[in-house]
Design a protein around this ligand. Structure first.
Ligand SMILES: Cc1ncc(C[n+]2csc(CCOP(=O)(O)OP(=O)(O)O)c2C)c(N)n1
Ligand SMILES: [Mg+2]
Length: 966
């Protein structure tokens, strides 16, 4: 059915349902009175009798949502009006202008007055909030375009199935978990959007990007079941993914359900920040002419408790600054989190309103359902609005669980006028006065205003009840979040309340219910999704291979630099600069940097590619006379994110999943201070993997001893250890420019030509040295994690029979190992072979895979790992050193014949220059040499008695501080 057709079915003409409700969420006879609301004429006359218009506390009731009037506490001088006649003149003028010229003119005049008063030194009362009522007044509420009775029935069935999934899973497998009460509170918020707003994907349209609240997952599975996209067997195996035939993942995990879920949201706070950067990335694609995303909205549904996570609100100013009018947040304000109230002693909706308004967002509050409209209409004194504002959330929560008599006494009873206002309403009716988030008309009005809002993002603050519909066992109870079991009576009660056609005999089994394909419900739901472009969530996941460059195209990056000294960081940045010009991939690379371009020598890229800014550059940059000036441009390619690693990673995810979200492959290259990556935003990297994001992470200024001067919180000796645990991260710690080049070119091929699910993490250093030429045949070893660089024989006549050690080095510490070779040869008559260990993680992964295969296939020819093949016949002892903690090389120790003696940088960093730092952490050439001599002594190849003298020769103090604990 086309949207227009639905619109023509104005709700006034909609026949009431079987039980008289056109949508009440409460099918037990509670009626949302159709057509009972006031005529939406926008009649200013109504305002003349409404003192709220001129009382700042209440004026927002009549304001358009974009321009809510202030929740101004009356200053004392106004409370006692010294000149009522003059006041009346002003009010009269206001009425006149409003009536004859409309609200825009009023708004203009008031802002002018405000400015004049401010310039004259008048202190104006300030409040970031508006009164505790809906932002969209009744007379601005659009006509509901859908069939509310059918929608209510659909929603009720989804509620039932969502509940049944959790109850059944927990009945069969106690403690398997799941949530009923979160979706129960949010069902209307989602269903209105599913029927009227969420756009599906098509070949050339990306649809909407929807960040669903993770704990509502049962609701989306239940809907997909009605849509015919999930089977009953799958529902039965909710949270039982290893069951035969598979099951459904607990939360939105694209990794586990790649065709269903798009965005992982369950680590709370990551959804909101990801949504903001997704919306910005959509604009980026549009502005760069890569994809028309203008028809897409990014929706992000979050819990009110979730807003306490710093990531939830941490980037909201960016959204306003970038005018992300394609972004809509919906905060489900059910006033509760897991343990209890979100703000028992305050009001979360008001708090969030202040924050979002202050940040420049369009804020739409959906607090009261239509049952309140009539009461608000009659609230001549403004006392009802005042009372609404006085009561704290803990008290509102209490009203949910108490009878109507309690509400009469404690809410309305505060003022005799309010008691009078509700004197004709029964206690039962008072109990059922609905909250805005459960009223489809109010929710629809808010969504419509949000998608139509131009120039800024919108947040909808919708008040709901946690555990809505669970009655006494869960509705509004503090423990409702973890309610997972319903007994037979409770199931029967739920069934009856929502009118699910399941018999008393069957109800105890909590069977799933799906109406027939040709039932009005299924037909309606199917038609609505077709009209909106298809089902959501959903992800095509069609492989989109790109042709990627060959190593042969980048020969100059693997040659000896002939006296020119530079760092691996410079090598990578130069390669990035060249790749940005590459015909195959250049246009799709998205360089991302959190305010460290100059640190990494990336500033030449400013000029080359430009820094992305939707508005271009509105100023003449201070360095405009220089070649490498700070160039911002609408089609700029670099995402210069400012100081936010988390935001940068959110951009990385948006760009890294663009192949699935938008059907356009983009290649994020995110370069950051390595200490502030895995350690600081590891959870975002985890989410990136869950989302199947691909791209390059460059941990720059790497190493505990190479970043001279910076000290304890900057020097990264950890990230290569953390990265071990991330299944799809292929991490490398290379030493030379040819190594980084080989890894990047192959990384491109793997991720974009072969479409592997992977993220490449490469640590790069800022120590300058001459870069050697790539040794013939070393590419395989570079990629697999280890290759032989070269041997140094012992000096003197007995060189051939001299003892020999194997030295593994990574990153810049490889050069210390090479220096140790000379020391060993010249000072101790010991020969050695140096190996570049580019990736211990890759070596271990392969060795482990072989060992596992051999364990499971005992009678077959054993697999031999790359590491074992490479070291076959190589005689130890083996010593490894890196600028990372010892645990990194130690991960391959089980496969090293005779064991691996590891030197590393465990301990707190400190500020100094490179040489003293390496001595302090015992990873310099002298310490490597000493370790080698010790190992030779263990094997009786070096006289142990000579070790004290060796210490002296090497200039090492046996009583030096232990870096691990100092
Ligand atoms: C980062 C993080 N911390 C804690 C949790 C555990 N947790 C799951 S739901 C929840 C309460 C959610 O409350 P709210 O955000 O208000 O959502 P509601 O269920 O009330 O809609 C908590 C603490 C989590 N998922 N993520
Ligand atoms: Mg909540």
């Amino acid at each position: 059915m086309a949207r227009g057709e639905i619109s023509r079915r104005a709700h006034h003409s909609q026949p009431a349902g079987e039980n008289g409700a056109d949508d009440s969420d409460l099918p037990d006879g509670e009626t949302a009175e159709n057509g009972a609301r006031a005529d939406a004429s926008g009649d200013a006359d109504r305002l003349t009798s409404d003192p709220d218009v001129v009382e700042p506390e209440s004026s927002a009731a009549e304001a358009p949502p974009e321009e809510p009037t202030g929740d101004l506490p009356s200053p004392p001088a106004v409370a006692k009006d010294p000149d009522p006649a003059e006041t009346e003149e002003w009010l009269e003028s206001l009425r006149y202008v409003l009536q004859s010229k409309g609200p825009e003119r009023v708004s203009y005049l008031l802002s002018l007055l405000e400015e004049k008063a401010h310039r004259a030194g008048v202190e104006l009362p300030f409040s970031a909030t508006t009164p505790y009522i809906n932002s969209i007044p009744l007379d601005k509420q659009p006509v509901y375009p859908g069939n509310r009775e059918i929608e209510r029935r659909i929603k009720s069935i989804i509620r039932w199935n969502a509940m049944a999934m959790v109850v059944r899973a927990n009945k069969e497998y106690p403690r398997i978990g799941g949530h009923i009460s979160t979706y129960a509170s949010a069902a209307t918020l989602y269903e209105v959007a599913f029927h009227h707003f969420f756009r599906g994907k098509s070949d050339d349209f990306s649809g909407d990007q929807i960040f669903f609240q993770g704990h509502c997952a049962p609701g989306f599975y239940a809907r997909a079941f009605l849509e015919g996209r999930l089977s009953e067997a799958q529902l039965k195996n909710f949270r039982h993914e290893l069951a035969p035939g598979g099951g459904l993942s607990s939360y939105p995990h694209p990794w586990l359900m790649p065709h269903f879920w798009e965005f992982p949201t369950v680590s709370m706070g990551l959804g909101p920040i990801s949504a903001i950067y997704q919306a910005r990335f959509n604009k980026y694609l549009q502005d760069r002419g890569i994809k028309d995303t203008s028809g897409s909205h990014v929706w992000c549904f979050i819990g009110d408790g979730e807003t306490d996570e710093p990531e939830s609100l941490g980037a909201i100013t960016l959204a306003a600054r970038e005018h992300l009018d394609n972004l809509i947040f919906v905060v489900n304000c059910n006033l509760q989190r897991l343990d209890g109230p979100v703000r028992g002693n305050g009001k979360i909706i008001q708090e969030l309103e202040g924050i979002f308004r202050g940040a420049g967002w369009n804020v739409i509050k959906v607090i009261w359902g239509d049952d309140w409209d009539e009461l608000l209409e009659k609230d001549d004194s403004g006392l009802l609005v005042q009372r609404m504002g006085e009561v704290v959330d803990g008290e509102y929560q209490k009203y949910t669980v108490m009878p109507g008599s309690y509400i009469r006494e404690h809410f309305f009873g505060k003022y005799p006028e309010l008691l009078e206002l509700v004197s004709s309403l029964s206690d039962e009716k008072l109990k059922k006065l609905r909250r805005g988030g459960h009223d489809p008309e109010k929710v629809y009005a808010a969504y419509k205003a949000a998608v139509e809002c131009k120039g800024r993002p919108t947040v909808i603050l919708a008040k709901t009840i946690k555990g809505y519909g669970l009655g006494e066992i869960g509705e509004g109870r503090n423990a409702t979040h973890q309610q997972k079991k319903l007994n037979e009576d409770e199931l029967r009660e739920f069934r009856s309340r929502f009118g699910i056609p399941i018999s008393d005999a069957d109800v105890a089994k909590a069977p799933f219910y799906r109406p027939a394909d040709d039932s009005p419900e299924i037909k309606y739901l199917t038609e609505r999704r077709q009209a909106l472009g298809g089902y959501v969530p959903g992800r095509p996941m069609v492989p989109l291979p790109l042709k990627t460059p060959k190593l042969a195209d980048y020969q100059s990056f693997i040659k000896k630099t002939e006296g020119r000294e530079f760092s691996t960081t410079t090598g990578v940045v130069s390669l990035m600069s060249a790749l940005l010009k590459d015909k195959k991939v250049g246009r799709y690379i998205v360089p991302i940097v959190p305010d460290e371009s100059r640190t990494f020598g990336m500033d030449p890229l400013f000029r080359q590619c430009g820094i992305y800014s939707h508005v271009g550059q509105l100023y003449e940059p201070v360095d405009s006379d220089q070649l490498l000036y700070y160039r911002e441009a609408t089609d700029g390619q670099i995402l210069e994110e400012g100081i936010t690693e988390c935001g940068s990673l959110a951009s990385f995810i948006a760009a890294g999943t663009s192949y699935a979200t938008h059907g356009v492959t983009t290649i994020p290259m995110f370069i950051f201070y390595s200490m502030f990556g895995f350690q600081r935003i590891g959870d975002m990297i985890w989410a990136a993997l869950d989302a199947r994001a691909k791209g390059f992470l460059f941990g720059a200024t790497a190493g505990r001893t190479t970043l001279a001067g910076e000290g304890l919180q900057h020097q990264d000796g950890n990230s290569q250890l953390y990265a071990i645990a991330y299944p799809n991260v292929r991490c490398y710690d290379p030493a030379f420019a040819y190594e980084t080049t080989v890894i990047i070119i192959e990384g491109m091929r793997q991720m974009y030509e072969l479409c592997a699910d992977a993220i490449y993490y490469i640590t790069i250093y800022n120590e300058n040295y001459e870069m050697p030429a790539m040794p013939e045949g070393s590419a395989e070893g570079i990629l697999k994690g280890l290759y032989r660089l070269g041997s140094v024989d012992a000096s003197g006549a007995n060189a051939k029979s001299a003892p020999h050690v194997q030295l593994f080095g990574s990153g810049t510490i490889l050069r210390e190992a090479q220096r140790a070779q000379t020391l060993l040869a010249e000072k101790f008559g010991v020969g050695s072979t140096a190996w570049s260990a580019t990736s211990y993680k890759e070596l271990r992964r392969d060795a482990q895979a072989c060992r596992r295969w051999n364990m499971l296939h005992p009678n077959e020819k054993p697999h031999v790992s790359y590491l074992e093949q490479t070291l076959a016949g190589v005689k130890g002892p083996f010593v490894a050193a890196s600028d990372y903690v010892r645990g990194v090389p130690e991960q391959i120790a089980p496969w090293i014949p005779g064991g691996l003696y590891v030197l590393g940088t465990d301990g707190f960093g400190r500020s100094d220059t490179i040489a003293p730092l390496r001595r302090f952490f015992e990873v310099d050439a002298e310490c490597i040499a000493l370790a080698a001599l010790n190992r030779l002594a263990d094997e009786h190849q070096f006289d142990r008695a000579k070790l004290p003298a060796a210490l002296k020769t090497l200039g090492l103090d046996p009583e030096k501080l232990d870096p691990t604990i100092s």
